[in-house]
Design a protein around this ligand. Structure first.
Ligand code: FES
Length: 190
């Protein structure tokens, strides 16, 4: 009697080198099992080996994926380092003044507002409610959407009143050599 993989005692088929999983003698096994004997121990071993192989490969793929994401973010230039595109001369707008522009080329309209002697803000001009164009309400420190009386904070672009629930996407701007440059678009807003 030989102990099989499951701890049962049973005969070992010396002709085929197999031990049936139920531990019963080979003579009591169904005909299909006698005709097609399987090396059960080897079969279970191969299954475990395949599982381990699968887990190792899956883990390796995940590690490579994470590594790739880290590499990508490490080498992506920050928006502020982008050379940008000139969208206005500084002296073109008085404080509280505004102008529309596109950035990048072919984008939806953007709105640039001069908020101080050396400060500008810019946002996508389309209201996050139903896409009407917003206009500056500089005295209130807000942007106004006349379609359904929506309001956004001028400094942050966040909705402060009315139907809009999401902030206006911000366009990053920099002042260099007397001009205002658009240097990037905020990827996600809340
Ligand atoms: S489209 Fe702006 S409030 Fe509705």
């Amino acid at each position: 009697m030989i102990q099989n993989q499951r701890g049962l005692e049973g005969p070992h088929d010396l002709d085929h080198g197999t031990t049936p999983p139920d531990g019963r003698p080979i003579g009591e096994q169904p005909k299909w099992r006698r005709d097609f004997p399987i090396d059960w121990a080897q079969d279970e071993y191969v299954s475990r080996r395949e599982l381990v192989k699968f887990m190792v490969l899956t883990s390796a793929a995940m590690v490579v994926g994470q590594f790739w994401i880290v590499l990508k973010s490490a080498f992506r230039p920050p928006a502020s380092l982008s050379p940008g595109v000139a969208i206005a001369r500084v002296d073109e707008l008085s404080i509280g003044g505004a102008k529309t522009f596109t950035y990048p080329e072919g984008s939806t309209p953007r709105l640039l507002v001069r908020t101080g002697a050396a400060s500008f803000v810019a946002y996508d001009q389309l209201c996050t409610h139903l896409l009407c164009p917003v206009v500056p309400a500089f005295e209130d420190g807000r942007l106004h959407c006349p379609c359904h009386n929506g309001w956004f904070d001028l400094e942050t672009g966040r909705p402060v009143a009315g139907p809009p629930q999401r902030a206006l996407p911000r366009i990053f701007v920099e002042i260099r050599d007397g001009s205002v440059y658009a240097t990037g678009v905020e990827e996600s807003t809340t």
